[in-house]
Write a protein that binds this ligand. Structure first.
Ligand SMILES: Cc1cc2nc3c(=O)[nH]c(=O)nc-3n(C[C@H](O)[C@H](O)[C@H](O)COP(=O)(O)OP(=O)(O)OC[C@H]3O[C@@H](n4cnc5c(N)ncnc54)[C@H](O)[C@@H]3O)c2cc1C
Length: 469
């Protein structure tokens, strides 16, 4: 049996001091309010350990007393993994573990603590003359521990991979307080199971990530960026294959959006006029890195060829950093402008890249059958096969009536995703939002293996209980 709330609070204070514990409900609010405000459950307290040793002591005590702990970093997660589920948990925010332990730009790695804000990690790398290529719209608040635990992606996954592929080593505190020191900068290490990968993407269910060694890359000399008109997702796919052939791993982004998305930008966002000379049903934002000594104009040349081959109908290449920033700002504003158009139903799904056009066609038709008049707004990382498959409410419809059909719309999309061999969570994870869905859709043997790993590392079930599994 777990301790009473008062006993938990005094136990925490004895371990972490007054400065390391927040028990006042008002002061806890910022730690309990997640970005989409879908989950509003109180916590017993918020704990803020000052260092790894304090976190170890906290875990030892919580494990002995069966006190459930919720790891939290920047609190930007979108599936409710970092906030309470039942109200008897302690949220453990690791923002005070924010030191930079080592940077070796030439060798291409740095070791930082889990509480370092992603933007700060970018700055640390840049100051040393290197790049940490994980860019998310939430990077001003998201922290390394949360980014790794949710295996975040972003806009350059195409070239550099998601958090998992950028992680060389992990240090973690286990549920019983032991420290797993998996920090290393090895590209090759075949000494048994890849334990760091257990923690990356585990959403705090197996232990606390306290530090990580991540990959750094040379800073490109320039980026060539273009917004391209394409007639359909099929044409976008052909363009993707062609650009990849011409530019290889220098192709860092290939983002898709439809005309409705651009209309939303024009109505509610940063765009004052149409981004290209002619109106198009679909647009691609493509970017190519140019390294030191590289020849300029690779993207322009490839797009001219694509124009000649009839793959694209128009294109505008950024001529200045301001042009580029505007193109990206428009892309990154998509969620925000959509929210100004009324209620929306959202899906973060992936399929093999070749199936993206089919996903969009069949997913759109399926949801239109469920909600006539719905306005599809699919956008995102087409180059990774990952589409944020969103839908805006029909014009004039009551938002509540629209959202009442969310479950049916979800079922329609997930049926298509499953049939195409895709995933119902490409970037954001499972948390509490998609837990029941995982139970329903994931291979039962895979679920058994996940439960066995959880039971082995957290036999008392104190790590983020009820999340993911
Ligand atoms: C505006 C916006 C844009 C976003 N864009 C993207 C995007 O492009 N790509 C993408 O993949 N995601 C995106 N996200 C969601 C993304 O998951 C988070 O932004 C980020 O990766 C989470 O980091 P965080 O520090 O906020 O983690 P939190 O929200 O604090 O936690 C996320 C999960 O990790 C666990 N966790 C946190 N810290 C630790 C730790 N130290 N040890 C173990 N477990 C831990 C938590 O329990 C929770 O399950 C976006 C979110 C927002 C609000």
């Amino acid at each position: 049996m777990t301790l009473a709330p008062d006993a938990i609070i005094s136990g925490l204070k004895a371990l972490l001091g007054e400065a390391g514990v927040i028990a006042d409900p008002t002061a806890m609010t910022t730690y309990l309010t997640e970005p989409r405000k879908r989950f509003r459950v109180p916590a017993v307290a918020v704990a803020l350990p000052a260092d790894v040793a304090a976190l170890q002591a906290l875990c030892r005590w919580a494990n002995a007393n069966r006190v459930p702990l919720i790891p939290q970093s920047g609190n930007t997660g979108l599936v409710g993994g970092q906030v309470p589920l039942s109200g008897n948990e302690v949220v453990v925010n690791i923002s005070r573990l924010n030191r930079v332990r080592e940077v070796n730009a030439a060798a291409g790695h740095m070791t930082v603590e889990a509480g370092l804000i992603l933007d700060e990690a970018h700055k640390v790398a840049e100051a040393a003359g290197a790049m940490f290529p994980l860019w998310l719209a939430s990077q001003g608040s998201a922290r390394i521990g949360g980014v790794l635990s949710s295996n975040a992606g972003g806009v350059q996954v195409l070239a550099f991979g998601n958090a998992r592929e950028l992680t060389l080593g992990v240090e973690a505190v286990l549920a019983d307080g032991r420290l797993y020191n998996g920090l290393n900068a090895l590209k090759k290490d075949n000494t048994g199971y890849d334990l760091k990968d257990l923690f990356v993407g585990a959403e705090g269910t197996l232990g606390f990530i306290t530090a990580a060694t991540v990959k750094l890359f040379p800073i490109p000399e320039a980026q060539e960026t273009a917004l391209v008109n394409v007639a359909s997702p099929e044409m976008a796919l052909e363009l993707f294959y062609m650009l990849r052939e011409r530019t290889g791993s220098r192709l860092t982004a290939f983002e898709l959006m439809n005309r409705f998305g651009v209309d939303l930008q024009l109505r509610h966002g940063l765009l004052a006029r149409d981004p290209t000379a002619s109106v198009s049903p679909w647009y691609v934002l493509a970017e190519v890195n140019r390294m030191k000594g590289g020849v300029p104009g690779a993207l322009q040349a490839a797009l001219e060829e694509a124009l000649g081959a009839g793959l694209v109908t128009d294109a505008v290449v950024a001529e200045s950093e301001a042009d580029r920033t505007l193109m990206w700002a428009a892309r990154e504003q998509m969620s925000e402008v959509q929210s100004k158009e009324g209620a929306s139903i959202k899906h973060d799904v992936s399929v093999p890249i070749g199936a993206v056009p089919q996903l969009i066609a069949e997913g759109t038709a399926a949801v239109e059958r469920v909600i006539p008049g719905v306005r599809p707004c699919p956008f995102g990382h087409m180059g990774d096969g990952n589409i944020h498959f969103n839908f805006s409410q029909p014009v004039g419809e009551d938002p509540k009536a629209f959202m009442a059909r969310e479950k049916d719309a979800n079922a329609a999309i997930y049926e298509v995703v499953q049939r195409l061999g895709g995933s119902v969570s490409a970037e954001h994870g499972i948390g509490q939002l998609k837990r029941d869905l995982l139970k329903e859709l994931k291979d039962p043997v895979a679920l058994d293996m996940m439960r066995a790993i959880k039971a082995a590392l957290d036999p008392n079930g104190i790590m983020n209980p009820g999340k993911v599994l």
